[in-house]
Design a protein around this ligand. Sequence first.
Ligand SMILES: *Cc1c(COP(=O)(O)O)cnc(C)c1O
Length: 376
Amino acid sequence: MTDKIRKFLEERRPDTPCLVVDLDVVARNYTDLARVLPQADIFYAVKANPAKEVLTTLLPLGAYFDTASIYEIETCLDIGASPDRIAYGNTIKKARDIARAFNHGIRLFAFDSRAELAKLKKNAPGASVFCRIFMDGAGADWPLSRKFGCEPDLAIELLTQAAEDGLHPAGVSFHVGSQQRNLAQWDVAIERAAMVFSELGARGIELELLNMGGGFPAKYRQDIEPVENYGEVIRASIVKHFGNKPPRIIAEPGRSIAGDAGILQTEVVLVAEKSREPDRRWVFLDVGKFGGLPETFEEAIQYRITTPHDGGPVGPVVLAGPTCDEVDVMYDAAGYTLPLALTDGDKIEIQSTGAYTATYASVGFNGFPPLSEYYI
Ligand SMILES: *Cc1c(COP(=O)(O)O)cnc(C)c1O
């Protein structure tokens, strides 16, 4: 937690649960990544945290924007991003949303199937398109695998088709999986992408764009390597597979920009001892899976937690949310411990929650309002 956030919480004492994001950290995370990836244009993945305060912090730093829907596109246009700074990066789009984006001047679109390419041909004539290739998400805590991407062989065919359709076959994209902690996955992906480049080159089609997606980590419970190491691995891999003729490189970080910039303050509602499980307390918070923490699904993302009693003796806990739904349990198997002194009314902080939280909150399950957000 930054001093700025600590001071805000002390002075404002906002009702919990609430998300507080330090925009200075958003800016620093962006410039740090831009520094270690000097060869890349940074397209912030808007879905990670689409708050206008975040977008307007990034815009003057030179950011581009990767968007998932016409609504995100219009949000970026609203804050003053020009259409040539926005990519429509979702491979799943309604035809009329493609047309609307095209009308707004968007000229860079993702696809990974023949049917989507046909929609682009019809609704975004002449636009630049890139094909997403499949990665299995190995090494990632939040994989984005089965639903997206096609095999490189199909990518070669579809990019050739794109040229025949009057579209501009710009290049290849991939996503190694979100919160990717195995740096070697970028080399696997870049090698695969380079293969598509050279196959198409042999057919007389010169691709020019390599979109590396996101996957850069935030600091959760597990150790992560410094961002410099990511930059170094990627730089070496591009040299290895593209030599001295690299294409335009795009990166689409979401989590690594917004994640560590935010904390979620929550109140302990109940600390219960259950006779079935005498050695473990159940700690119920006023936020849970439905209130902004769905990335605890299968305990995939394991946030760091701080309490007012840190330093005192601890014991094992199950951590659960406040709703009347059995699935609203965040951590059971993950082996969390919390201070024995913890009691109802205590305020605790869930760290690095700036990404994939507030917009993931339900609108009113059990009557609980969506997460309050403060951008400072
Ligand atoms: C979600 C997403 C990202 C952002 O991923 P992070 O792991 O948060 O950096 C980037 N690109 C695409 C296409 C995505 O779907």
